[in-house]
Design a protein around this ligand. Structure first.
Ligand code: GAR
Length: 187
């Protein structure tokens, strides 16, 4: 199997990146992580990149033309698939259009509910009975593209933002790889 050259975008802890690195070491997993792009110099996720010697580029999203720098690197590393794993910046139209149906994102809610930021606060305020995570294709609207995989759990009385995040991320570690396998199942 020829693995798809994939770039993972991160901004922080990188636990989904770590999980995807582990999955991609399996010869039957459809992607190889050929590049990581990060927009936060202090992101803990960078430690995984260093540990596994994955090419890595820091992008300063406050700089003009930073999108061109991203595109340049995606071309340089011949990237054909992109995973957004906790990348807290909206991807520009130019990149979305260049990689149509080739960018997926993991979001910590049951989309279309609770798009955007501060998801867990809003879930608690809204007294939701269930929540979970969603992996979806990225289009030009925020957290909006076609859904690939959703995973659900029911809230418990004592849940707070911390417990919700933990429970959601445990599901993300299954949902993201499953979504990638689903995307490439018929390729
Ligand atoms: C993940 O839980 C992901 O769902 C969320 O950021 C976290 C990153 O964790 N993404 C978003 O909120 C995007 N809107 P990680 O850095 O440990 O993988």
């Amino acid at each position: 199997m020829v693995k798809k050259k994939t770039c993972v975008f991160i901004s922080g802890k990188g636990s989904n990146l770590k999980n995807l690195i582990n999955c991609s070491r399996d010869k039957n997993f459809p992607i190889k992580i050929s590049l990581v792009i990060c927009n936060n110099k202090n992101a803990y996720g960078i430690s995984y990149v260093k540990k596994y010697q994955i090419p890595y580029v820091f992008i300063d999203t406050n700089q003009k033309n930073y999108e061109n720098k991203i595109l340049y690197n995606l071309m340089k590393y011949k990237i054909s698939f992109i995973c957004l794993a906790g990348y807290m910046k909206i991807i520009s139209k130019k990149i979305v259009n260049t990689y149509k149906k080739k960018i997926i994102n993991v979001h910590p809610s049951l989309l279309p509910k609770f798009k955007g930021l501060n998801t867990f606060t809003r879930i608690l305020e809204n007294k939701e009975k269930k929540t979970g995570c969603t992996v979806h294709y990225v289009n030009n609207k925020l957290d909006d593209g076609e859904i690939i995989v959703k995973k659900i759990f029911f809230l418990e009385k004592n849940d707070n933002e911390k417990t919700l995040k933990k429970k959601t991320q445990i599901l993300e570690y299954r949902a993201f790889p499953e979504a990638i396998i689903k995307v490439f199942r018929n390729c």
